[in-house]
Write a new protein. Structure first.
Length: 250
């Protein structure tokens, strides 16, 4: 096995996963439901070239099952046995990626075709710091409490189902908030942080589908709602009313 599973107790112990350089790196966080991650990674490999690496971070002491079968020259798996929150895990993977671009992807997202090439092509133009599949414009009429999907075009925020990033721009903007232990709304917060740092975001139609989102539907509702609210409360406290950071309305 060319890239064995790496196991650490804490995220701070994590070291470089690969010595090879790649055109892009797909980043996936799994806190349970590893079969979803295996399915998602298999589809990603079937619809991308060998110059696209895949990093999977497993949070907690889970039963790993068949996870070793997906490890190869471009697929790297690391387990943080004491667990780690979503934002802190993603930031660590972004920093360790050996590529100019990274793609944050949820285990529920399945590539049905080549979604990587158009994403990287748009990022390579240099005008946009983030390119993604789903997102939209902040609805200022309801006091920033929702996001309206306007389809393809420039947006305020993009969701982490499939989110391509200029790695340097993401890090310069501070990446995700490490206080976001749960994924939901952390992507909205990051999008606004990127906009505040003069970054631009573009939404694309891509050959992707989403299977059951276990991270939402099968997470304890009290925990899910509490953490989602914490993430959104930070958004309202830090950004609501700062209309000057928003992209052009359309």
């Amino acid at each position: 096995m060319s890239a064995p599973l790496k196991v650490y107790k804490r995220i701070g112990d994590l070291r470089k996963l690969s010595a090879k350089d790649f055109a892009a790196t797909i980043l996936i966080y799994a806190d349970g439901f590893l079969e979803d991650a295996i399915t998602s990674i298999s589809a990603a490999k079937a619809n991308s070239g060998d110059d696209v690496a895949i990093y999977l971070l497993i949070s907690g002491s889970l039963e790993l099952g068949d996870i070793a079968a997906i490890i190869d020259e471009r697929t790297y798996v690391v387990q943080i046995t004491e667990g780690v929150g979503w934002g802190e895990a993603m930031n660590a993977l972004i920093k360790l990626a050996n590529s100019p671009f990274v793609i944050v992807m949820d285990p529920s997202t399945i590539l049905t075709g080549d979604a990587i090439t158009p994403t990287l092509a748009k990022l390579s133009e240099g005008e946009f710091s983030a390119v993604g599949w789903r997102g939209g414009l902040v609805n200022t009429d309801d006091e920033w409490r929702s996001v309206d999907d306007k389809g393809v075009g420039e947006v305020d925020v993009l969701f982490s189902y499939f989110l391509g990033l200029n790695r340097d721009h993401a890090l310069e903007a501070g990446a995700f908030n490490i206080r976001a232990v749960y994924y939901r709304n952390a992507d909205i917060e990051f999008g606004l942080k990127l906009r505040q740092a003069q970054g631009r975001l573009w939404q694309l139609d891509l050959p992707l589908k989403q299977e059951r989102h276990h991270g939402y539907y099968d997470t304890d509702p009290a925990y899910r709602d509490e953490q989602s609210k914490k993430n959104y409360d930070r958004i309202l406290q830090r950004y609501r009313g700062k209309n000057e950071i928003l992209s052009p309305r359309r």
